[in-house]
Write a protein that binds this ligand. Sequence first.
Ligand code: NAD
Ligand code: MG
Length: 413
Amino acid sequence: MSLIPRKKVIRQVIATRQRLQAISVLGATGSVGVNVLDVIARHPERYKVFALSGFTQLELLKKQCLLHRPDYAVVPTPQAVATLQKQLLEEGSQTQVVGGESGLKFVAGHRDVDTVVAAIVGAAGLNATTAAVEAGKKILLANKEALVMSGALFMQAVRSSGAVLLPLDSEHNAIFQCLPSHAQHGLAHAGVRRILLTSSGGPFRQTPMAQLHNVTPDQACAHPKWSMGRKISVDSATLMNKGLELIEACWLFGARPSQVEVVIHPQSVVHSLVDYVDGSMLAQLGNPDMRTPISHALAWPQRIDSGVEPLDLFKVARLDFEVPDEKRFPCLALAREVADVGGTAPASLNAANEVAVQAFLDGRIGFMQIAECIRHVLDKEPVVAVTDLYGVMEADASARRWALGWLNQHYQR
Ligand code: NAD
Ligand code: MG
């Protein structure tokens, strides 16, 4: 893991002992957000909620505000601000409601905040996550799309602000746990040969290829091992999630794409592995429950109870590992391609994927057309070097236009 300044770590440990850590949870109403609040609620002596954000499930956000009593809540529109503020006042709550992207940036960079959980899904999380990085916060990163889009800028901002970046993604959290602290000076320096990212293979690992054209969004979202939001569930079914994670791993750990291997592991108890030059291979194991990586990152470098059952190895009994089939999962090959190309290519892939996944969830295209749409966009969209966030957003917008054009040409509205 790159760049966690030693002084900062010591400061964090002292701060944790002295006072409650104030946490902003961006994307509190989502699958990751709900798990984060579950862990926080187990440790009132350590953590307090500074802010919660929601986008659509505002009834849930209201309940979360009444339970966790944050200083701020963030909702998307002025109308939603007025509605939620009125409801909270009626309940005697002192939470102040703020709106829009400026509200998200405000609670991400606020001087009273120690830790920001970046758990908004997709490109929508980029600006708020960047605000937290620039403010030098401790960032618990779930929003992998932000890193995929703007990796070089993101990591540069982490270095210059002194932010502490900890991965919540279970695979990256596992790798972080298997690496020594001096790996921040380079994987070669730490004697690392390869990183192995595990994947359950998703719900269609063994579905006959011919049937993949007709699978439904609900089938795609019925993940065999993890319960997650709908976008990441479809990404897990296409293995685009693993492709995005490959790019995420390259940025987080300073790896070359060729150093990151994807391994299908249906039991989903080995969350990832690190292969060392001396022949040692270290792995992190646990039940597939996001509260483990969340607790690890929240308390790091200490350990706290997460509420997760200990892993029963006798119940697991066996561990299987398979090579991924790129014919079945073309999205994995597309992600590896853009990881090698670099520049704005990952931002274009991410944007095209977001549009295609939404079209699949809306019933406009079939499961196998997700990769076709992305292929089309990558063939059309020129790749340029990333110099600033503006360039990243340009590539994102342009890729979305190509993807929508392809959808309108090939499929019904
Ligand atoms: P989710 O769909 O359950 O929740 C997404 C959250 O983002 C919600 O709070 C929603 O209100 C908010 N949101 C959505 N669109 C928004 C917008 N335009 N502006 C502001 N807020 C918006 O998603 P999730 O499964 O919790 O995943 C969140 C992120 O974490 C994703 O990037 C995903 O890849 C990553 N992640 C998730 C898991 C998991 O187990 N769910 C594991 C690893 C990584
Ligand atoms: Mg993951």
